[in-house]
Design a protein around this ligand. Structure first.
Ligand SMILES: Nc1nc2c(c(=O)[nH]1)N[C@H]1C(S)=C(S)[C@@H](COP(=O)(O)OP(=O)(O)OC[C@H]3O[C@@H](n4cnc5c(=O)[nH]c(N)nc54)[C@H](O)[C@@H]3O)O[C@H]1N2
Ligand SMILES: Nc1nc2c(c(=O)[nH]1)N[C@H]1C(S)=C(S)[C@@H](COP(=O)(O)OP(=O)(O)OC[C@H]3O[C@@H](n4cnc5c(=O)[nH]c(N)nc54)[C@H](O)[C@@H]3O)O[C@H]1N2
Ligand code: SF4
Ligand SMILES: [Mo]
Length: 756
C-alpha cells in the first residue's frame, strides 16, 4: 500500500458529538440533491430527524459558508413528493401515472430479465447508461456500464458533451491535463498559508462563480481573494455581481469568446508583454503562434464581439503586466459549437503570460492520491473489477475525431442511433441523476419519442420527474446525502467523508448500492464481497492508505501540495520535467489537432447560426439567445418543489434589455413567446439594462412539479422548455454545442404556462 502523507492535522477533530438535545454529525454535502461541490456541513439531528444544517466553520473547503440550497436541504430531504419505494409500470403505460409499488428484489429481477433480453437480442452496446452533471455518481456510473458490458456511458443527451468535457479535453491536448485557478484550495490553512498569494487578476470568463459554484470552485473563494487584493476582468454579455466589481468588463456577444481570446494574445505580443522565459523554455510552436494571431487584432475582435477596442487593449495590458493571473472559466465556453477550440484559445492566453504553476495562477488539478472516483473515472478505480468493456470500437462516438480519440460517446450520435437504428440500435436506457427531457438534452421534442420507443428504461431519481413519468418502466428511489455514507472530493484538493445522519426515508437506497447490486446481477460477480457500502468505499480507497472509517474519523485529508511541478518532474509519467503533453511542453502548436485534420492553432469560427453566419435566418430571428444562466436556488431542473427556493424564482424568466423589449411592445412581467426554426416556448419577461441589446438570456430546465401528473403534460415540461430551440448539433470535433449561442425572436404571448 502506498504511503500517504497529509498536510492537515486531524488532532481533536470529531465526526459526531452531542449538543443538548441534538446529535451533531460533521459531513460533506455531496448529492443528492445535485451540486458541483461538497461543502462541509454540520447536521443537527433530534430523535432521528434532521432538524437543520449549518456550515462547518472548521472545514477548509467552505469555512462555514453555505448557499441557500444547503440551508434549505430539509425541504428536499423531507419533501412529500420524494420517491420512497421501487415502482414498475407496463411499457404500454409510458407517460401515464400508472406506477405500482414493488420490492427491490422484484425491481432487480425485472432489470435482469429485460436488460438480459436486450443484451441477447441486440448486444450489450444497445444499452446506454447515462449520468447527469457533477453529482458523485460520475465516478461510479462507468462501473454500471461495465457490468452490463456496454461501452456507451455518458451524459444523457448533452449535445456535444458540452459541460466541462470540451475544456478538459482541450486542455489535455494543450497542457497535458486540467489546470485550475489557485485560490489556496489545495491547502488546509487556506489564505493564511504563507506559500499562497492572491492572483493579481482573475479572469471571470463565461462564468458566474458566486451563483454557480461550478466545477468544484466556491464563489466565495473569489470574494476572499478580492479581499486580499485580486482584481477582476469579466467576459460576460450580462452584468453579473463579478462584472459589477471588475476593473474591465467585456460585454461580449455570445459565442464569440475565441475571437476575444486571440485578440488578447495579439495585443500582448504586439506590446511585448509575453512571458519570454516561460514561452521559450516550456512552450512548443510559439513563433508560429505569433504569426498565427497577427490578423487577430483588437479592432478585428471588437467588431466580432461587439465590445470596444480600447477595452480589449486595456484588458490585455493589465493581464500582460500582472504578476499573476488566472482563468476562472465557465460553461459558456463549452456552450458554443466550437467550444473545444474556445477553451484552447483561453489557455493560450494563460501560457503566453506564463501563468502556470505559480501561486495565484493555473495549477494542475491532478486526482487526490490518484483517486478521482467521484468526478472523472480513473483507470485505477475499477482495476481488476468486473468484465471489461470488450468492444471499444462499439463506443458510439459518431466518428467525431476528438471523441474517437478519447473513446468517448457522442450523445448526439446516440440520439440518432435511437431514431434510426444506425450504426446499431439503442434499445434500453439506465438513467441515473438525469432529467434529460427537462434539462440536459437539446431538442427534447426529439428525445421524448426516442425514450418512449425503447424496449426498456430504468430511471433512478429522488423525485418523479418529467423524464421518469415519460419513460421509466422501473423507477428506483435514490437516497439524499444525509441518508447514506460516502466519500466526497471529486475536486482534486482533498478527500472527505459523507456521514450518514438519518435513516433513509421509505426504502431509498444510495446510487452506489444500486450500482453494485444491479451490477452483481450482470458482470459484477467478482465483487460479491461488496455486501455493504463501507466495503465498497474501502475498495475505492484501497490505494490511499485510508479506509472509510479512518477517513470519517479525521473528516478530511489533504494530500501534500507543491507549486512549479513542471520544473520538478512532477507532471509527466516518465518523471521528466515539463508538461504531460506529446511534446513535453505547452502546445501552442497542437499536433493532435493537426492529426484530427483541424488547424493546429486555435482559430475563431462564427457560431453556425448567428447574425453574421446566417443573415437570412437572423432576419426572421434577430436576437442572440443565450440560455441557462445559473440561479441561486435551483440546481438545473431540481428544487422547483422546494418552497423557499421557488419563492426566490417562481417563474421561468427571460432577460431582455428595456430598449429591445420596447421595440417588441413587451413590458416587465409580460409572458413572452420565444421561438426559432426549431421550436418555441413561453417565459416571463424580466426587463433589465444588465444585458446586451442584441441578446436575450432565458432560463433553462423548467417544469412544474405542482401540476397533476395525470394531466397529460408531463408536468408542463414542453411549455417553458428553452431547449426546444436548441439543436442537438455538436461542433466538428464532436465537442461543444449551441446552448448559449442560438438565434430567436420574441413576441408577447397570451398564455401563462402555470394556468394553461
Ligand atoms: N445554482 C446552480 N449552480 C450550478 C448549476 C445550477 O443549475 N444551479 N449548474 C452547475 C453546472 S452543471 C454548471 S456547468 C455550472 C455552470 O456555471 P457557469 O459557468 O457560471 O454557467 P452559467 O451560469 O450558465 O453562465 C455563466 C455566465 O456566462 C454568461 N454567458 C452567457 N453566454 C455567454 C457567452 O457566449 N460568452 C460569455 N463569455 N459569457 C456568456 C452568462 O450571462 C452567465 O453570467 O454551474 C453549476 N452550478
Ligand atoms: N438550455 C440549457 N440547457 C442546459 C444547460 C444550459 O446552460 N442551458 N446546461 C447544461 C449543462 S452544463 C448540464 S451539466 C446539464 C445538466 O443536466 P442534468 O445533470 O441531467 O440535470 P437535471 O436535468 O436537473 O437532472 C438531474 C436529476 O438528477 C436527480 N438527482 C439529484 N441528485 C441525485 C442523486 O443523488 N441520485 C439520483 N439518482 N438522482 C439525483 C434530480 O432529481 C434530477 O431529476 O444541463 C444542460 N442543459
Ligand atoms: S455550493 Fe451550496 S448546495 Fe453546493 S454543497 Fe455548497 S452549500 Fe451545498
Ligand atoms: Mo454543466
Amino acid at each position: 500500500m502506498t504511503e500517504y502523507k497529509t498536510q492537515d492535522d486531524p488532532t481533536g477533530r470529531q465526526w459526531t458529538w452531542q449538543d443538548g438535545d441534538f446529535t451533531v454529525y460533521r459531513s460533506s454535502a455531496r448529492t443528492g440533491p445535485g451540486c458541483h461541490d461538497n461543502c462541509g456541513v454540520l447536521m443537527y439531528v433530534k430523535d432521528g430527524v434532521l432538524d437543520h444544517v449549518e456550515g462547518d466553520p472548521d472545514n477548509p473547503y467552505n469555512q462555514g459558508r453555505l448557499c441557500p440550497r444547503c440551508l434549505a436541504y430539509n425541504e428536499m430531504l423531507n419533501h412529500p413528493d420524494r420517491l420512497l419505494y421501487p415502482q414498475k409500470r407496463a411499457r404500454a403505460d409510458r407517460g401515464k401515472n400508472a406506477f405500482e409499488r414493488i420490492t427491490w428484489d422484484e425491481a432487480y429481477d425485472i432489470i435482469e430479465r429485460e436488460m438480459g433480453k436486450v443484451i441477447e437480442q441486440y448486444g450489450p452496446e444497445s444499452i446506454w447508461v447515462t449520468q447527469g452533471t457533477g453529482r458523485d455518481i460520475n465516478g461510479y456510473g462507468p462501473y454500471m456500464a461495465q457490468c452490463f458490458g456496454t461501452p456507451n456511458y455518458g451524459t444523457g443527451f448533452l449535445s456535444g458533451q458540452a459541460c466541462y468535457a470540451p475544456r478538459i479535453f482541450s486542455t489535455a491536448l494543450k497542457a497535458g491535463g486540467l489546470y485550475i485557478c489557485d485560490y489556496s484550495q489545495f491547502m488546509p490553512d487556506r489564505y493564511d498559508d504563507p506559500r499562497w498569494e492572491a492572483p493579481e487578476y482573475i479572469l471571470i470568463w463565461g462564468n458566474n462563480p458566486v451563483v454557480a459554484n461550478s466545477d468544484g470552485t466556491l464563489g466565495h473563494w473569489v470574494v476572499e481573494s478580492m479581499k486580499r487584493g485580486s482584481k477582476l476582468i469579466v467576459m460576460d454579455p450580462t452584468l453579473t455581481w463579478c462584472a459589477a466589481h471588475a476593473d474591465v468588463w467585456l460585454q461580449v456577444r455570445p459565442g464569440t469568446d475565441a475571437a476575444l481570446a486571440l485578440a488578447l494574445c495579439n495585443v500582448i505580443i504586439e506590446k511585448g508583454l509575453e512571458d519570454k522565459d516561460f514561452v521559450s523554455r516550456w512552450c512548443y510552436g510559439y513563433e508560429e503562434f505569433k504569426e498565427h494571431v497577427k490578423p487577430n487584432t483588437a479592432a478585428w475582435a471588437a467588431e466580432i464581439c461587439g465590445v470596444d477596442e480600447e477595452l480589449i487593449v486595456e484588458a490585455a495590458t493589465k493581464i500582460g503586466n500582472a504578476k499573476s493571473a488566472c482563468l476562472q472559466w465557465g460553461v459558456a465556453m463549452d456552450h458554443t459549437s466550437e467550444g473545444f477550440v474556445t477553451g484552447m484559445a483561453c489557455f493560450d492566453l494563460m501560457a503566453l503570460t506564463g501563468n502556470f504553476e505559480k501561486p495565484g495562477t493555473m495549477v494542475a488539478a491532478n486526482p487526490v492520491w490518484g483517486m478521482s472516483v467521484t468526478w472523472m473515472p480513473n483507470d485505477r478505480v475499477w482495476k481488476g473489477c468486473s468484465t471489461p468493456v470488450e468492444h471499444p470500437e462499439m463506443v458510439n462516438n459518431g466518428g467525431y475525431p476528438a471523441l474517437k480519440a478519447m473513446a468517448a460517446t457522442s450523445p448526439d450520435a446516440l440520439l440518432k442511433a435511437m431514431e434510426t437504428g444506425e450504426p446499431y440500435p439503442i434499445k434500453a436506457m439506465f438513467m441515473m441523476q438525469n432529467n434529460a427531457i427537462s434539462c440536459m438534452g437539446a431538442q427534447p421534442q426529439r428525445i421524448l419519442p426516442a425514450l418512449q420507443n425503447t424496449d426498456f428504461n430504468v430511471v433512478v431519481d429522488l423525485f418523479m420527474t418529467p423524464t421518469a413519468l415519460a419513460c421509466a418502466d422501473v423507477l428506483l428511489p435514490a437516497a439524499c446525502f444525509s441518508e447514506r455514507i460516502g466519500i466526497a472530493g471529486h475536486q482534486p484538493y482533498a478527500l472527505s467523508a459523507i456521514v450518514q445522519a438519518t435513516e433513509p426515508r421509505g426504502e431509498c437506497r444510495s446510487d452506489q448500492r444500486i450500482i453494485y447490486e444491479v451490477g452483481a446481477r450482470f458482470g459484477g460477480k467478482d465483487h460479491e464481497p461488496w455486501t455493504t457500502e463501507e466495503e465498497f468505499y474501502d475498495y475505492l480507497l484501497r490505494d490511499t492508505g485510508l479506509t472509510y472509517q479512518s477517513l470519517r474519523e479525521r473528516s478530511w485529508a489533504y494530500p501534500e501540495f507543491e507549486y512549479n511541478k513542471h520544473e520538478k518532474g512532477m507532471l509527466r509519467r516518465d518523471g521528466g520535467v515539463g508538461f504531460a503533453t506529446s511534446t513535453g511542453r505547452y502546445n501552442f502548436y497542437c499536433p493532435e489537432m493537426a492529426h484530427f485534420g483541424f488547424s493546429p492553432f486555435a482559430t475563431y469560427e462564427e457560431p453556425p447560426e448567428s447574425p453574421i453566419s446566417t443573415p437570412e435566418l437572423a432576419a426572421k430571428y434577430p436576437l442572440v439567445l443565450t440560455t441557462g444562466a445559473r440561479k441561486w436556488g435551483f440546481f438545473h431542473s431540481e428544487h422547483r418543489q422546494s418552497p423557499s427556493m421557488r419563492r426566490m424564482h417562481p417563474d421561468p424568466e427571460i432577460l431582455i434589455h428595456p430598449d429591445t423589449a420596447a421595440e417588441y411592445g413587451i413590458a416587465d412581467g409580460d409572458w413572452v413567446k420565444v421561438e426559432n426554426h426549431l421550436g418555441d416556448c413561453v417565459m416571463k419577461a424580466h426587463l433589465t439594462p444588465r444585458i446586451r441589446r442584441d441578446t436575450v438570456s432565458a432560463d433553462h430546465a423548467w417544469w412544474f412539479p405542482e401540476r397533476d401528473p395525470e394531466d397529460g403534460t408531463l408536468f408542463g415540461v414542453m411549455e417553458s422548455n428553452i431547449n426546444k430551440l436548441i439543436p442537438m448539433r455538436p461542433g466538428k470535433s464532436g465537442l461543444g454545442a449551441s446552448y448559449k449561442s442560438e438565434l430567436c425572436a420574441i413576441s408577447k404571448a397570451e398564455r401563462n404556462p402555470r394556468h394553461a
